[in-house]
Design a protein around this ligand. Sequence first.
Ligand code: AHM
Ligand code: MG
Length: 346
Amino acid sequence: MTKVMTLGQFIIERQAEFPYAKGELSRLLRDIGIAAKIVNREVNKAGLVDILGEAGTMNVQGEAVKKLDVYANDQFISALQSGGECCLIASEENEDVIQINSEVSRNAKYIVAIDPLDGSSNIDVNVAVGTIFSIYRRKTESGPCTKEDVLQKGVDQVAAGYIIYGSSTMLVYTTGHGVNGFTLDPSIGEFCFSHPNMQFPKSGKMYSLNEGNYVHFPEGVKKYLKYCQVEDKETNRPYTSRYIGSMVADIHRNMIKGGIFIYPTTASSPKGKLRLVYECNPLAFIVEQAGGRATNGFTRIMDLNVKEIHQRTPIFIGSEEMVLKAEEFMREFSPELKETLLVAEA
Ligand code: AHM
Ligand code: MG
């Protein structure tokens, strides 16, 4: 019989990778895993909305029904608050950071940045959504943790991960020693080690971006897109277009099959749409750890300065050779953007 290793067992086994760690990070990852299972249960019930009641209404038990992204936010915050290993949370759902000032958490070492339910507009139509998280060590030694503590570059991340609520639910994470994936076995309620040492294929055939925005794309992206669509046997073109509109799902697929995901600047989002701190940096950390590449078209995502918790950035992320090719087009056809983005970031 094959032995199943649960996320909890795996985390304990890997604790040896952190010789000076006292188990706090392991406990933090475990807390996130527990909240993920609760969120998974609710996401799975989303189709029963007619029976259980729509968001904003009362359900049959007379309880107020929350929107799922608000529900997910509450679950992760409550798990991190009671876990005792996190002193500050930055969430997509909250304008400001959340300080955890309880006796046990006030001096905790870690900070969590999280997008509790990304792509939530896909829930109504039964399409995969995700949670993205990033873990930093606080900058101050002790005492109340402040917003300044979270304004760190992506290179300073201690760990990052995502949960994809898809045809199956998976948790994928890195602590800077490669990327490992765990699939939720609903029959035992545990994430089980299923994808060891995940590797981003060096190249691929899939490109993912919202082509509806084509007229507003920078010239470099337009030209790269045309390059993807041209016939060329040697480089396996034309490529295939795949866009779910759930970043976690698009990147997860590309990590398994090979591909590039782009969300560039557009006329309506001149700084890009996606958020640096809790969407792009954690995914960049995971993708780089799997051998892929993540930039804003010119500069490595994890090297970008962080000024605001809700800061946006354009992103080119995925198979290394494909991202490098797209960057060539950006340098040649949209060189002015490099300066503009540097100024925006400064
Ligand atoms: P959200 O944080 O409001 O859910 O938005 C993020 C999502 C990403 O998951 C996805 O890649 C992107 O928005 C899709 O945007 P668009 O509909 O503009 O293509
Ligand atoms: Mg989001």
